[in-house]
Design a protein. Structure first.
Length: 298
């Protein structure tokens, strides 16, 4: 799959997942219409949709039907949206711009934003538990466990806690890697694993290889995000460039320097590619996706 083909597939995924998400989300004509509007505002109409893309590409590479992948793809994007709402809050990263428009707490208010994030997290598990009708119940239970682990203390929440504690303090390379592997990498890794489970691929060796792949591209993705915060611009990124530096947050460029950060991103991309060696021809799309993660400009 060429870079142009990846962009085409990404466009296809964005179209499909937008429809799936729109059907999952509550309507704005319900009693709690402001909350529902905040949820839809934060989920629909923007975003790279990388995590659903990973679910679809992994699952399709392993012969899953696209219908079996809709629920896990929607679940990871709902979780991602909830995390962005909470990350943007004044008590967290205090960002006013997200995906090129006001963050949820600016478009609505802080209380509604907190509730919208909470409700999106709950909805993700509901969708995953009930939506994959073509996936056996035992596999759905595995997916629920994988997703829960990815967003808990050893995943997103734990990574955000490290991030908050590190503001204004120096971190070494080991500590910043741990933070990134949890805060961003864990959900990306889970996206790969959910695609494999939906495809019925539960062999220990194959799953372990895919977990290594997901973990490495998750870290490479976040390192590239750190780099883009330095070299990118607000219009292209859809969020305020230089925000990490303004908040005195430790990042790969601030800890290692820009050149070393780029080398680190390439190294973890290569580690991801190496993890796919035992998958054979089925890994072709995943290989191109790993390269896309590091080469992207936003």
């Amino acid at each position: 799959m060429t870079p142009a083909a990846i962009n085409t597939r990404l466009g296809d995924v964005q179209t499909r997942i937008e429809d799936v998400l729109a059907r999952c989300l509550p309507r704005t004509d319900e009693a709690d219409s402001r909350l529902c509007a905040a949820m839809r505002y934060s989920v629909l109409g923007g975003g790279k949709r990388l995590r659903p893309l990973l679910v679809y590409v992994t699952g399709e590479a392993l012969d899953a039907s696209i219908e079996a992948l809709d629920a896990p793809a929607a679940a990871v994007e709902l979780i991602h949206a909830y995390s962005l709402i909470h990350d943007d809050l004044p008590a967290m990263d205090d960002d006013d711009l997200r995906r090129g428009r006001p963050a949820c707490h600016r478009a609505f208010d802080e209380g509604t934003a907190i509730l919208a994030g909470d409700a999106l997290q709950a909805l993700a598990f509901e969708v995953l538990a009930n939506g994959s009708y073509t996936v056996p119940a035992t596999a759905r239970l595995q997916m629920l466990s994988v997703l829960a682990h990815a967003i808990g203390t050893e995943g997103m929440a734990g990574g955000q806690a490290i991030d908050l504690a590190a503001v204004g303090r120096p971190l070494d390379g080991t500590s910043i890697e741990l933070m990134h592997r949890r805060k961003t990498g864990a959900l990306i890794c889970a996206s790969v694993e959910l695609g494999a489970i939906a495809a019925g691929r539960t062999g220990a060796g194959e799953r372990a290889a895919l977990r290594r792949y997901g973990a490495e591209i998750g870290l490479a993705f976040q390192i590239q995000d750190d780099i883009l915060d330095v070299v990118g611009d607000t219009q292209t990124l859809g969020k305020i460039a230089g925000a990490d530096r303004a908040l005195d947050k430790p990042t790969y460029p601030s800890v290692l320097g820009l050149a070393a950060a780029r080398q680190a991103a390439a190294h973890h991309r290569d580690q991801a590619l190496a993890a796919l060696d035992e998958l054979g021809p089925a890994s072709a799309r995943l290989r191109e996706l790993a390269r896309f993660v590091v080469d992207r400009a936003h």
